[in-house]
Design a protein around this ligand. Structure first.
Ligand SMILES: Nc1ncnc2c1ncn2[C@@H]1O[C@H](COP(=O)(O)OP(=O)(O)OP(=O)(O)O)[C@@H](O)[C@H]1O
Length: 273
Protein backbone atom coordinates (compact mmCIF):
# COMPACT_ATOMS: atom_id res chain seq x y z
CA UNK A 1 0.00 0.00 0.00
CA UNK A 2 1.19 3.55 -0.81
CA UNK A 3 2.45 5.33 2.34
CA UNK A 4 0.11 8.03 3.63
CA UNK A 5 3.11 10.39 3.89
CA UNK A 6 5.97 10.15 1.42
CA UNK A 7 8.92 12.52 1.56
CA UNK A 8 11.44 12.34 -1.26
CA UNK A 9 14.79 14.14 -1.28
CA UNK A 10 13.27 17.05 0.63
CA UNK A 11 15.44 20.13 0.87
CA UNK A 12 14.23 23.27 2.62
CA UNK A 13 16.15 26.51 2.61
CA UNK A 14 14.63 29.42 4.56
CA UNK A 15 14.64 32.87 2.93
CA UNK A 16 17.61 33.95 5.09
CA UNK A 17 19.64 31.07 3.61
CA UNK A 18 19.48 28.50 6.45
CA UNK A 19 19.40 25.02 4.92
CA UNK A 20 17.11 23.34 7.46
CA UNK A 21 16.52 20.08 5.55
CA UNK A 22 19.25 18.53 3.44
CA UNK A 23 17.61 15.79 1.39
CA UNK A 24 15.20 13.97 3.70
CA UNK A 25 13.50 10.71 2.68
CA UNK A 26 10.71 9.24 4.77
CA UNK A 27 7.65 7.05 4.32
CA UNK A 28 4.92 6.74 6.93
CA UNK A 29 2.22 4.10 6.61
CA UNK A 30 -1.41 4.72 7.41
CA UNK A 31 -2.10 3.97 11.07
CA UNK A 32 1.52 4.30 12.13
CA UNK A 33 2.63 6.21 15.22
CA UNK A 34 5.99 7.90 14.65
CA UNK A 35 7.99 10.08 17.01
CA UNK A 36 10.40 12.60 15.48
CA UNK A 37 13.35 13.26 17.77
CA UNK A 38 16.40 15.49 17.65
CA UNK A 39 18.07 18.47 19.24
CA UNK A 40 16.76 22.02 18.93
CA UNK A 41 17.28 23.22 15.39
CA UNK A 42 17.72 19.73 13.89
CA UNK A 43 14.82 20.28 11.46
CA UNK A 44 11.86 18.45 13.06
CA UNK A 45 9.35 21.29 12.81
CA UNK A 46 10.52 22.24 9.35
CA UNK A 47 9.89 18.66 8.23
CA UNK A 48 6.39 18.30 9.67
CA UNK A 49 5.29 21.73 8.46
CA UNK A 50 5.66 20.28 4.97
CA UNK A 51 2.94 17.74 5.75
CA UNK A 52 0.18 20.33 5.96
CA UNK A 53 1.60 22.77 3.42
CA UNK A 54 2.69 25.41 5.97
CA UNK A 55 6.05 25.08 4.21
CA UNK A 56 6.73 24.05 0.60
CA UNK A 57 9.83 22.17 -0.54
CA UNK A 58 12.75 24.15 -1.91
CA UNK A 59 13.45 20.96 -3.82
CA UNK A 60 12.21 17.40 -3.59
CA UNK A 61 8.59 16.38 -3.01
CA UNK A 62 6.14 15.56 -0.26
CA UNK A 63 3.02 13.49 -0.91
CA UNK A 64 0.23 13.30 1.62
CA UNK A 65 -2.51 10.78 0.90
CA UNK A 66 -1.41 10.80 -2.73
CA UNK A 67 -1.46 14.62 -3.05
CA UNK A 68 1.72 16.42 -3.96
CA UNK A 69 1.82 19.23 -1.40
CA UNK A 70 3.20 21.61 -4.03
CA UNK A 71 -0.06 21.33 -5.92
CA UNK A 72 -2.74 21.59 -3.22
CA UNK A 73 -3.86 24.37 -0.90
CA UNK A 74 -3.28 24.45 2.86
CA UNK A 75 -7.10 24.32 3.22
CA UNK A 76 -7.22 21.02 1.31
CA UNK A 77 -4.31 19.55 3.27
CA UNK A 78 -5.80 20.61 6.60
CA UNK A 79 -8.71 18.24 5.94
CA UNK A 80 -6.20 15.41 6.06
CA UNK A 81 -3.51 16.69 8.44
CA UNK A 82 -4.45 18.13 11.82
CA UNK A 83 -1.59 20.05 13.41
CA UNK A 84 -1.63 20.59 17.17
CA UNK A 85 0.88 23.33 17.93
CA UNK A 86 3.26 23.15 20.87
CA UNK A 87 1.79 26.31 22.34
CA UNK A 88 -2.02 26.12 22.47
CA UNK A 89 -2.15 29.95 22.50
CA UNK A 90 -1.11 29.80 18.84
CA UNK A 91 -4.35 28.09 17.91
CA UNK A 92 -6.80 29.24 20.57
CA UNK A 93 -8.43 32.60 19.92
CA UNK A 94 -12.21 32.34 20.29
CA UNK A 95 -14.21 33.45 23.36
CA UNK A 96 -15.51 30.04 24.43
CA UNK A 97 -14.37 26.43 24.41
CA UNK A 98 -17.53 25.56 22.44
CA UNK A 99 -16.56 28.05 19.69
CA UNK A 100 -13.03 26.63 19.62
CA UNK A 101 -14.24 23.07 19.26
CA UNK A 102 -16.52 23.90 16.34
CA UNK A 103 -14.19 26.33 14.56
CA UNK A 104 -12.30 23.77 12.45
CA UNK A 105 -15.51 21.99 11.43
CA UNK A 106 -17.06 25.33 10.42
CA UNK A 107 -14.04 25.97 8.21
CA UNK A 108 -14.67 22.59 6.61
CA UNK A 109 -18.19 23.94 5.88
CA UNK A 110 -19.85 20.94 7.48
CA UNK A 111 -23.62 21.06 8.07
CA UNK A 112 -24.60 22.49 11.48
CA UNK A 113 -26.02 19.17 12.66
CA UNK A 114 -22.78 17.36 11.83
CA UNK A 115 -20.73 20.02 13.66
CA UNK A 116 -22.91 19.60 16.77
CA UNK A 117 -22.45 15.83 16.64
CA UNK A 118 -18.66 16.06 16.30
CA UNK A 119 -18.35 18.61 19.08
CA UNK A 120 -20.48 16.39 21.30
CA UNK A 121 -18.16 13.46 20.60
CA UNK A 122 -14.97 15.29 21.56
CA UNK A 123 -16.65 16.85 24.59
CA UNK A 124 -17.44 13.37 25.88
CA UNK A 125 -14.05 11.99 24.95
CA UNK A 126 -12.09 14.74 26.68
CA UNK A 127 -14.54 15.35 29.50
CA UNK A 128 -15.11 19.00 28.57
CA UNK A 129 -18.83 19.28 29.35
CA UNK A 130 -18.33 21.68 32.26
CA UNK A 131 -15.91 23.86 30.31
CA UNK A 132 -17.96 24.56 27.19
CA UNK A 133 -18.86 28.16 28.07
CA UNK A 134 -15.45 28.95 29.60
CA UNK A 135 -12.98 31.25 27.91
CA UNK A 136 -10.02 29.04 26.88
CA UNK A 137 -7.66 31.62 28.36
CA UNK A 138 -9.20 31.08 31.80
CA UNK A 139 -8.17 27.40 31.67
CA UNK A 140 -4.81 26.11 32.83
CA UNK A 141 -2.20 25.27 30.20
CA UNK A 142 -2.85 21.54 30.32
CA UNK A 143 -6.58 21.99 29.81
CA UNK A 144 -6.02 24.57 27.05
CA UNK A 145 -3.83 21.99 25.31
CA UNK A 146 -6.61 19.45 25.65
CA UNK A 147 -9.03 21.90 24.01
CA UNK A 148 -6.53 22.43 21.17
CA UNK A 149 -6.23 18.66 20.61
CA UNK A 150 -10.00 18.18 20.82
CA UNK A 151 -10.69 20.93 18.31
CA UNK A 152 -8.31 19.33 15.82
CA UNK A 153 -9.75 15.88 16.43
CA UNK A 154 -13.29 17.15 15.78
CA UNK A 155 -12.19 17.64 12.15
CA UNK A 156 -11.36 13.90 12.04
CA UNK A 157 -8.08 14.24 10.15
CA UNK A 158 -6.44 11.01 8.97
CA UNK A 159 -3.06 12.33 10.16
CA UNK A 160 -2.51 14.10 13.46
CA UNK A 161 0.70 15.98 14.17
CA UNK A 162 1.38 16.62 17.85
CA UNK A 163 4.15 19.15 18.41
CA UNK A 164 5.68 18.67 21.89
CA UNK A 165 2.40 17.40 23.37
CA UNK A 166 3.72 16.82 26.90
CA UNK A 167 5.15 20.32 27.43
CA UNK A 168 3.38 21.85 30.43
CA UNK A 169 1.54 18.61 31.26
CA UNK A 170 1.73 17.09 34.72
CA UNK A 171 2.16 13.33 35.26
CA UNK A 172 -1.56 12.64 35.01
CA UNK A 173 -1.77 14.75 31.85
CA UNK A 174 1.11 12.76 30.27
CA UNK A 175 -0.52 9.43 31.12
CA UNK A 176 -3.80 10.67 29.66
CA UNK A 177 -1.97 11.68 26.52
CA UNK A 178 -0.30 8.29 26.18
CA UNK A 179 -3.68 6.61 26.46
CA UNK A 180 -5.11 9.00 23.90
CA UNK A 181 -2.30 8.30 21.38
CA UNK A 182 -2.89 4.55 21.75
CA UNK A 183 -6.62 5.09 21.15
CA UNK A 184 -5.90 7.13 18.03
CA UNK A 185 -3.69 4.32 16.77
CA UNK A 186 -6.43 1.75 17.37
CA UNK A 187 -8.86 3.97 15.47
CA UNK A 188 -6.50 3.90 12.46
CA UNK A 189 -5.18 7.47 12.66
CA UNK A 190 -1.61 8.17 11.66
CA UNK A 191 0.10 10.07 14.47
CA UNK A 192 3.32 12.05 14.11
CA UNK A 193 4.75 13.36 17.37
CA UNK A 194 7.59 15.84 17.73
CA UNK A 195 9.03 15.42 21.18
CA UNK A 196 12.00 15.94 23.49
CA UNK A 197 10.28 13.79 26.11
CA UNK A 198 12.23 10.53 26.17
CA UNK A 199 9.98 9.09 28.87
CA UNK A 200 7.06 9.44 26.48
CA UNK A 201 9.14 7.82 23.73
CA UNK A 202 10.04 4.90 26.01
CA UNK A 203 6.50 4.37 27.25
CA UNK A 204 5.06 4.57 23.74
CA UNK A 205 7.69 2.26 22.27
CA UNK A 206 6.81 3.08 18.66
CA UNK A 207 8.91 3.93 15.62
CA UNK A 208 11.34 6.81 16.13
CA UNK A 209 12.93 8.97 13.46
CA UNK A 210 16.00 10.79 14.72
CA UNK A 211 17.10 14.03 13.07
CA UNK A 212 20.40 15.83 13.28
CA UNK A 213 21.46 18.88 11.37
CA UNK A 214 18.72 18.65 8.74
CA UNK A 215 19.09 14.92 8.10
CA UNK A 216 17.54 11.69 9.35
CA UNK A 217 20.27 9.74 11.11
CA UNK A 218 18.18 6.87 12.52
CA UNK A 219 14.80 5.32 11.81
CA UNK A 220 14.19 2.50 14.23
CA UNK A 221 12.63 1.49 17.55
CA UNK A 222 13.51 3.29 20.81
CA UNK A 223 15.45 0.30 22.18
CA UNK A 224 17.77 0.27 19.18
CA UNK A 225 18.31 4.03 19.28
CA UNK A 226 18.87 4.18 23.04
CA UNK A 227 21.62 1.59 22.90
CA UNK A 228 23.43 3.10 19.95
CA UNK A 229 26.06 5.40 21.45
CA UNK A 230 27.00 6.87 18.10
CA UNK A 231 23.38 7.92 17.38
CA UNK A 232 23.01 9.26 20.92
CA UNK A 233 26.16 11.29 20.56
CA UNK A 234 25.30 12.68 17.12
CA UNK A 235 21.74 13.55 18.07
CA UNK A 236 22.42 14.73 21.62
CA UNK A 237 19.55 12.54 22.83
CA UNK A 238 19.53 11.48 26.45
CA UNK A 239 17.69 8.17 27.02
CA UNK A 240 15.25 7.88 29.93
CA UNK A 241 17.03 7.41 33.28
CA UNK A 242 15.56 3.92 33.62
CA UNK A 243 17.18 2.95 30.31
CA UNK A 244 20.55 4.32 31.42
CA UNK A 245 20.27 2.39 34.68
CA UNK A 246 19.39 -0.84 32.89
CA UNK A 247 22.39 -0.48 30.58
CA UNK A 248 24.65 -0.11 33.62
CA UNK A 249 23.19 -3.32 35.06
CA UNK A 250 23.93 -5.44 31.98
CA UNK A 251 27.18 -6.86 33.45
CA UNK A 252 25.06 -8.18 36.32
CA UNK A 253 22.79 -10.14 34.01
CA UNK A 254 19.97 -7.63 33.65
CA UNK A 255 18.57 -7.30 30.10
CA UNK A 256 19.74 -4.37 28.05
CA UNK A 257 17.78 -1.19 27.42
CA UNK A 258 14.68 -1.36 29.53
CA UNK A 259 12.32 1.37 28.38
CA UNK A 260 10.10 1.52 31.43
CA UNK A 261 10.19 0.74 35.13
CA UNK A 262 8.03 -2.31 34.42
CA UNK A 263 10.61 -3.61 31.87
CA UNK A 264 13.42 -3.31 34.39
CA UNK A 265 11.33 -4.78 37.19
CA UNK A 266 10.52 -7.82 35.04
CA UNK A 267 14.19 -8.25 34.22
CA UNK A 268 15.32 -8.01 37.85
CA UNK A 269 12.56 -10.39 38.95
CA UNK A 270 13.67 -12.93 36.36
CA UNK A 271 17.25 -12.65 37.57
CA UNK A 272 16.62 -12.97 41.31
CA UNK A 273 13.68 -15.38 41.39
N1 LIG B 1 11.36 30.88 9.92
C1 LIG B 1 12.65 30.57 9.90
N2 LIG B 1 13.53 31.37 9.25
C2 LIG B 1 14.84 31.07 9.21
N3 LIG B 1 15.39 29.97 9.79
C3 LIG B 1 14.56 29.16 10.45
C4 LIG B 1 13.16 29.40 10.55
N4 LIG B 1 12.59 28.42 11.26
C5 LIG B 1 13.59 27.58 11.61
N5 LIG B 1 14.77 28.01 11.12
C6 LIG B 1 16.07 27.37 11.26
O1 LIG B 1 15.99 26.10 10.63
C7 LIG B 1 16.70 25.12 11.39
C8 LIG B 1 15.75 23.99 11.78
O2 LIG B 1 14.77 24.53 12.66
P1 LIG B 1 13.52 23.69 13.17
O3 LIG B 1 12.62 24.65 13.91
O4 LIG B 1 12.92 22.92 12.06
O5 LIG B 1 14.21 22.70 14.19
P2 LIG B 1 13.55 21.81 15.35
O6 LIG B 1 14.28 20.53 15.33
O7 LIG B 1 12.08 21.77 15.16
O8 LIG B 1 13.91 22.63 16.65
P3 LIG B 1 13.10 22.79 18.04
O9 LIG B 1 13.25 21.48 18.77
O10 LIG B 1 13.81 23.92 18.71
O11 LIG B 1 11.67 23.13 17.69
C9 LIG B 1 17.31 25.86 12.58
O12 LIG B 1 18.62 26.24 12.24
C10 LIG B 1 16.43 27.09 12.71
O13 LIG B 1 17.13 28.16 13.28
Amino acid sequence: MEPIIKVENLVHVYPGGVKALKGVNLAVRQGEVVAILGQNGSGKTTLVKHFNGLLRPTSGNVWVKGMNTREVSIARLSRVVGYVFQNPNHQTFLPTVRDELSFGCRNLKLPEQEIKQRVKEVVIRFNLKDKLEDNPYDLNLSMRKTVAIASILAMRPAIIVLDEPTTGQDYAGCQQLLKFICELEKEGHTVVIITHDMMLVGELNKRVVVMSNGEIIADSLPREVFKDDSILQRSGLLPPQITELSRKLVPYGIIDTALTILDLYASIKEKVM
